[in-house]
Write a protein that binds this ligand. Structure first.
Ligand SMILES: [Fe+2]
Length: 219
């Protein structure tokens, strides 16, 4: 997916959204497994921690750099302001779901029964939000922000990711069409590309996000 009709470069936004959708699929698969306690799988999976960290970085960076600036630019456009409020409210609804899932993971009694419904709600809620942002939010962003204003999102998100970048970049590019991955890497500094190919990608694979490493050593 890409926003070829936009004047602004939306490729990193789509890349992030696609990575989040990929992880939602893995979370759903991990919690549906019957060969182990799904609570144990999720609680101990590095993939779950990474998903929460990167989702939080993405949403808080959007909350800080997009909605307030856009609100200032939209006086007299109530429908557009309502859209921004809706997108912000959708963000705010995700955190309680993540917390509820963590609470269910820690709850020996009721946790297992609650987990399925909560993961379902997260899957539906986040997918719905991403789609809403893509179909209505991005056209509005493209309409009213200039490149300089738009660039704040990428910078703020990079600040939040900080020292995580050796794990974050391979996570973003995981299972990506090779051509699309190559195009993203081509825009990065040589040093980052070299580290990605030389170390980061292999170290990321070794992490076994959803216990893939455990399974392959057990096989
Ligand atoms: Fe987004």
């Amino acid at each position: 997916m890409s926003g070829t009709n936009f004047k602004l470069d939306m490729s990193m936004m789509y890349l992030m959204h696609d990575a989040l959708r990929r992880e939602l699929e893995r979370i759903t698969r991990a919690t549906a497994r019957t060969d182990d306690d799904p609570r144990h799988i999720l609680r101990t999976a590095v993939g779950w921690e990474m998903f929460k960290t990167y989702l939080h970085a993405h949403h808080t960076a959007e909350d800080e750099t997009l909605w307030p600036v856009m609100t200032e630019l939209l006086p007299g456009r109530p429908a557009d302001l309502a859209l921004l409020e809706a997108l912000e409210a959708e963000h705010a609804a995700i955190d309680p779901l993540l917390n509820a899932i963590d609470a269910a993971l820690a709850d020996r009694e009721q946790g297992p029964q609650r987990l399925d419904g909560l993961v379902d709600a997260l899957d539906t809620g986040l997918r719905g939000h991403l789609k809403h942002e893509e179909t209505e939010g991005l056209p509005l962003i493209d309409d009213i922000l200039n490149e300089e204003q738009w660039s704040h999102l990428g910078r703020r998100q990079a600040e939040k990711i900080g020292a995580e970048v050796p794990r974050y970049l391979p996570w973003l590019l995981d299972e990506l069409d090779p051509q699309r991955a190559a195009a993203i890497l081509a825009r990065m500094p040589e040093q980052i590309r070299t580290a990605y190919h030389g170390e980061w990608r292999a170290a990321y694979t070794d992490l076994g996000l959803w216990h893939e490493r455990d399974r392959s050593t057990a096989a």
